[in-house]
Design a binder for this molecule. Structure first.
Ligand code: GLN
Length: 194
């Protein structure tokens, strides 16, 4: 698809850097705040931020159910707090998640001294031949404690999964939009409409 129309959930969190990366990669971007913003989109990004705040705003804005229907059907790239929102099981979140991704996520669980860190990970998919390690930036990231049978682990860090895929859902524990390397967004966009 030459210019996919991609939404970014824009209730809270790291929207601008995702927008810039997606636009550099050739997408037409729309910020999603209300159900009507989902109309005609080819895919959506759930950004990092604070999953508690996003959960609250999703409900007060009436977006939770329409967005759940969209996430069940269309390509999704979820990062950090976005991964938490997709997960079937999450600890320490006083809200129901979308529950679509068969993983158990543990919030803020990389230990206080390393709540935020960066580490090179092996990203398995090449884009334009670029297959060097990816600098993954983790900011109070969730740990993925369990992956269900239908979930493929795309990449790991320190012996644990940090990038997973289940059908139309791709979820990353880190922030790909902060590393100045758009390979993951380009790979994800290239898979849309295939
Ligand atoms: N700690 C955040 C949460 O629990 C996630 C952090 C992030 O998105 N960078 O929602």
């Amino acid at each position: 698809m030459p210019n996919p129309r991609i939404g970014i959930l824009a209730l809270q969190g790291d929207v601008e850097k995702h927008r810039a990366a997606l636009e550099r990669a050739g997408a037409t971007v729309r910020e999603v705040r209300a159900p009507a913003d989902l109309d005609g989109l080819d895919g959506i990004v759930l950004p990092g931020g604070e999953s508690t705040t996003m959960s609250r705003l999703l409900r007060t804005g009436g977006l939770f159910e329409p967005l759940r229907a969209f996430l069940a059907a269309k390509p999704v790239l979820a990062t950090c707090a976005g991964l938490i929102l997709l997960a079937k099981n999450v600890d320490r979140l006083p809200y129901e998640t979308f529950g679509l991704l068969d993983i158990t996520a543990h919030r803020n669980a990389w230990g206080r001294q390393v709540w935020s860190f960066q580490e090179e990970i092996a990203w398995p998919h090449s884009v334009n031949g670029g297959r060097s390690p990816f600098k993954a930036i983790f900011i109070r990231a969730p740990r993925i404690l369990r992956v269900g049978e239908g979930v493929e682990v795309l990449a790991g860090c320190r012996g644990e999964p940090v990038a997973v895929r289940q059908g139309n859902l791709v979820a990353l524990a880190f922030h790909p939009e902060l590393s100045g390397d758009d390979r993951i967004q380009r790979w994800w966009l290239a898979g849309i409409g295939r």
